[in-house]
Design a protein around this ligand. Structure first.
Ligand SMILES: [Zn+2]
Ligand SMILES: [Zn+2]
Length: 329
């Protein structure tokens, strides 16, 4: 197989030929159709997430087809299309797993971080953590659902029944969440970098009631806000924008340091929380919903060999919607 390999954190990815991985018990060998490029990949690359498996194949928004099954794997037959998300394996026995919170498993393995991911022509995945993809989605349009969609969905659930929903950072996750939120009858307020007219137009085109700069005030009090931008300095802005009793959800896996702030921003039973990873239950519910709504994901497809370029573009913010790598592009 061909893979874009990370040898050390901070390096560029290198295109290499490797032997095909062999599916272990319960695993699937997959031909990768597409793999989305997520901000988390940048955090792994840059060393903001520590102790990855090295060398490593990044990528945790994989749409692939089953080539072969390991011992005991029988959930998806050869030829079936499946999605592989960030959560790659959990122990089933730790307190978090036993409490139904496998997203917090102490021993969890993560695709494209502590096990190899999808910046490759082939990969293996534990079939219990794979999802069936609704047939109405092309591979490239389905790929961003597997992290941006799923994490966005979990963040939206954490925002409760908020009718007036703020979204800070209008990238891959927000553009999906906005569509789900609209479907659920919520009003979406999109906050982007000051002067990013393209992102603000993009948000309005996807049904946002308002779009404006993230360092300014909200036009109306919000019931909840989700931060997708990995910028700690936005937390006080978001808390200021939500009404008493409102929730601010930090959806990123890494964020720059939070600034000191006056207690009055939190006062009034405002809640500041993060969401971490996903559970299989999130995935099952989200893909059921995705089949119903038909989410329009905006994707730009690059060839697998252009993975470094894709990461550079994501870093610079020059992306509308989501970037997807395809070995077949
Ligand atoms: Zn566990
Ligand atoms: Zn991700």
């Amino acid at each position: 197989m061909r893979a874009m390999l990370l040898q050390h954190q901070g390096d560029r990815l290198r295109s290499v030929e490797l032997p095909d991985p062999i599916p272990g018990p319960g695993q699937l060998l997959l031909d990768v159709g597409c793999c989305g490029v997520c901000r988390t990949d940048l955090h792994v690359l840059d060393g903001e997430l520590e102790r990855p498996q090295l060398p490593l194949v990044l990528g945790h928004e994989i749409v692939g087809r089953v080539v072969a099954q390991g011992d005991g794997a029988r959930r998806f037959s050869p030829g079936t299309r499946v999605g592989v998300p960030w959560l790659g394996w959990t122990c089933g026995g730790c307190p978090a797993c036993r409490a139904g919170r496998e997203n917090l498993c102490e021993h969890a393995r993560f695709t494209g971080y502590t096990v190899d991911g999808g910046y490759a022509t082939r990969t293996v995945a534990d079939e219990r953590y794979c999802f069936a993809i609704p047939p109405t989605y092309e591979d490239s349009h389905a790929a961003p659902l597997l992290c941006a969609g799923l994490i966005g969905y979990r963040a939206l659930r954490a925002a409760g029944d908020a009718e007036q929903l703020g979204v800070y950072g209008f990238g891959a996750a927000a553009h999906i969440v906005a569509q789900v939120a609209r479907f659920e009858g919520r009003r979406v307020f999109a906050f982007t970098r000051q002067g990013d007219d393209a992102a603000q137009d993009f948000a309005r085109n996807l049904g946002a009631a308002w779009a404006g700069p993230s360092n300014g005030p909200a036009p109306e009090p919000l019931d909840a806000a989700i931060l997708f931008a990995p910028v700690g300095a936005l937390v006080p802005h978001a808390l200021r924008a939500v009404r008493p009793g409102g929730t601010v959800v930090c959806a990123g896996i890494h964020m720059s340091e939070l600034p000191a702030m006056p207690y009055e921003l939190l006062w009034g039973e405002r809640v500041l929380r993060s969401i971490a990873n996903l559970t299989r239950d999130d995935g099952e519910r989200f893909f059921k919903l995705a089949a119903q709504i038909h989410i329009q994901t905006h994707v730009q497809i690059l060839e697998l060999a252009q993975a470094n370029e894709a990461l550079d573009r994501l870093r610079s913010g020059a992306v509308e919607g989501a970037l997807v790598l395809s070995p077949l592009a």
